[in-house]
Design a protein around this ligand. Structure first.
Ligand code: ZN
Length: 432
C-alpha cells in the first residue's frame, strides 16, 4: 500500500474539530486531509457528502495518492495510558487464581520466580508489537518494584525497550511501589532519585489502598517527587471501600505543598461506592489540582466486587462523566492484559472504551469519548490548551469497517498510518 497524499471524506470526531466546523444533519461534515512529508498540512471540510456516509468496505484509491475514505472514522494516534508489560502474557504458566485484586496479586508474586530479563523482554516486546499495530503512539507501563534498595529486573528491561522503541512508541515507565516503602522520608527520596536517574520517561508511582493506608507516606511520595523533578502516577483507591481516601488526600496534599508536576490517579473506583456528595466534593478538589484520572474499566469490571460463585452487584468504574464535566482530564486504558489480573486484552485502548461504553453508559463514544484514547498530552506536565491535527505528524488510524454511529463496534479492522505511511499488520494464522 503506497502512502496517500490526500485523505478525502474522513469522519473526524467532534472534539478534534474547530467549533466553526460545518455540520450537516447535526453531524460534522466529512474532512479532506492533505499530507506532505509525513505531516498533516491542511484539513478542509469536504464538498457536500450527505450521501457518502455509508460503511466503507475498503479505502478506495482515486487519482494518484488520493484515498476516498467514504466516511470512515479517523482518529489520531492512540495512547495506552496504563499497562503492566512486566506482568503480561504470564497466564499460561499460572494456575488457579483467587477472585479479586488481592488474589491476583498473590498469584503474580508466585510467578515472579520466572521473571528473568529474557522472559520479561519477550513478553513486553509482544505487548509493544500489539500496541503498535493497534495504532498506539504512546504507552505508559507500571513496573512492580518490591525492594527499597534494589531495582527490579523488569525496570531495566523496560528502560532498554524505551530506547529500542524510540520513534515508534514513546514508552514511559512508572515504579509501582507499595505505599509503606515511603514511610521513611530518606528512603522515599532515595527511591525517587533512583527513578529519576532512569531518564525523562520515568515516573514515581505507588500502590495506595485502605489495606496499606498511610497519609504521611503519601505525602513523602509527593515531596520526594517534587524534589527529584518527577511526575507521579498512582494506583489509588482501586477498591469499593467507601473509607478509601487516597484520591481526596492526594488533592489536599498537592495543594498544601504546591506540587508543580502532574499526578495521574489511576482507578479511583472508591468514588463509585462513596456517598454522592462526598464523591463530588472530592472531584471538585481534584479539578483544582494538576491531576489526570485514568479509568481502567475492563479490570475494574473483572476485579471489583468479585466473589467466587456470586454475581457482582457493583461495577467499580469511577465517576468519569462527573470528572469530565468538571474539566478533569480523563483517559481510558487497558491495564492488565492476559495475566492473573485480567485474562483478556489486546493493548488496543479502543477495547477499554468499548467496555466503558456499557459499564459507564457513555453517550457519543466517537464524537466525545474517543478523546480519552488520544490525548497523550493529558499525561504530560502541561496539557495542551487546544488540539489541532494541522501541523501534526500524520499518525492516523482509519477504521475501515465501521462508521461514526456504530464505532467502536467493528473497529478491529483498521489502517494505521505512521508519518503518513501505512504500517504492516501483524502476521495472522492463514488457512486455505
Ligand atoms: Zn494497573
Amino acid at each position: 500500500m503506497s502512502p496517500p497524499r490526500q485523505l478525502l471524506n474522513a469522519r473526524l470526531p467532534r472534539w478534534l474539530l474547530p467549533a466553526s466546523w460545518p455540520t450537516h444533519d447535526r453531524q460534522p461534515v466529512l474532512a479532506d486531509l492533505t499530507l506532505a512529508a509525513g505531516y498533516i498540512t491542511a484539513i478542509e471540510p469536504g464538498p457536500s457528502q450527505a450521501s457518502r456516509q455509508s460503511i466503507p468496505t475498503t479505502a478506495a484509491t482515486g487519482e494518484a495518492g488520493s484515498w476516498d475514505l467514504q466516511g470512515a472514522p479517523v482518529l489520531p494516534g492512540l495512547v495506552e495510558a496504563h499497562a503492566h508489560i512486566d506482568k503480561t502474557f504470564t497466564l499460561p504458566r499460572i494456575g488457579q487464581v483467587q477472585p479479586g485484586l488481592l488474589g491476583a496479586i498473590d498469584a503474580m508474586m508466585a510467578d515472579r520466580l520466572h521473571w528473568t530479563a529474557a522472559d520479561v523482554h519477550a513478553r513486553a516486546s509482544r505487548a509493544l508489537d500489539w500496541a503498535w499495530s493497534a495504532g498506539c503512539v504512546h504507552l505508559r507501563t507500571h513496573v512492580d518494584w518490591w525492594e527499597p534498595d534494589s531495582t527490579p529486573v523488569a525496570w531495566d528491561v523496560v528502560a532498554g525497550l524505551a530506547d529500542e522503541w524510540k520513534g515508534r512508541i514513546r514508552l514511559e515507565q512508572v515504579s509501582l511501589i507499595k505505599l509503606p516503602l515511603f514511610q521513611d522520608l530518606a528512603q522515599a527520596r532515595r527511591l525517587a532519585r533512583q527513578v529519576a536517574s532512569t531518564g525523562a520517561h520515568a515516573l514515581l508511582g505507588a500502590f495506595v489502598h485502605t489495606s496499606n493506608w498511610d497519609e504521611q507516606a503519601l505525602r513523602h511520595v509527593f515531596i520526594a517527587a517534587e524534589e527529584a523533578g518527577l511526575d507521579v502516577d498512582l494506583h489509588v483507591d482501586e477498591e469499593l471501600n467507601p473509607q478509601a481516601q487516597g484520591l481526596a488526600a492526594t488533592a489536599r496534599i498537592l495543594r498544601e505543598i504546591g506540587f508543580t508536576g502532574r499526578v495521574v490517579c489511576s482507578h479511583t473506583c472508591a468514588l463509585a461506592a462513596q456517598p454522592e456528595a462526598h464523591a463530588l466534593a472530592t472531584l471538585d478538589a481534584v479539578a483544582a489540582q494538576p491531576i489526570t484520572l485514568v479509568s481502567l474499566p475492563i479490570t475494574n469490571l473483572l476485579l471489583q466486587d468479585a466473589v467466587t460463585g456470586r454475581t457482582p452487584r457493583q461495577r467499580g468504574v469511577t465517576l468519569v462523566k462527573e470528572a469530565r464535566a468538571r474539566g478533569i482530564p480523563v483517559l481510558l486504558a487497558s491495564d492488565n492484559v492476559q495475566d492473573p489480573f485480567c485474562r483478556i486484552g489486546s493493548y488496543d485502548p479502543v477495547e477499554a472504551l468499548a467496555a466503558a461504553v456499557m459499564a459507564a453508559q457513555l453517550d457519543e463514544p466517537f464524537d466525545v469519548w474517543s478523546e480519552s484514547l488520544c490525548r497523550r498530552d493529558w499525561l504530560q506536565r502541561t496539557p495542551a490548551a487546544t488540539v489541532s491535527l494541522v501541523g501534526a505528524a500524520a499518525d492516523l488510524i482509519i477504521f475501515t469497517s465501521t462508521d461514526a454511529w456504530g464505532w467502536p463496534s467493528r473497529s478491529s479492522q483498521r489502517v494505521v498510518l505512521r508519518s503518513g505511511v501505512p504500517i504492516p499488520s501483524l502476521p495472522e494464522r492463514q488457512f486455505p
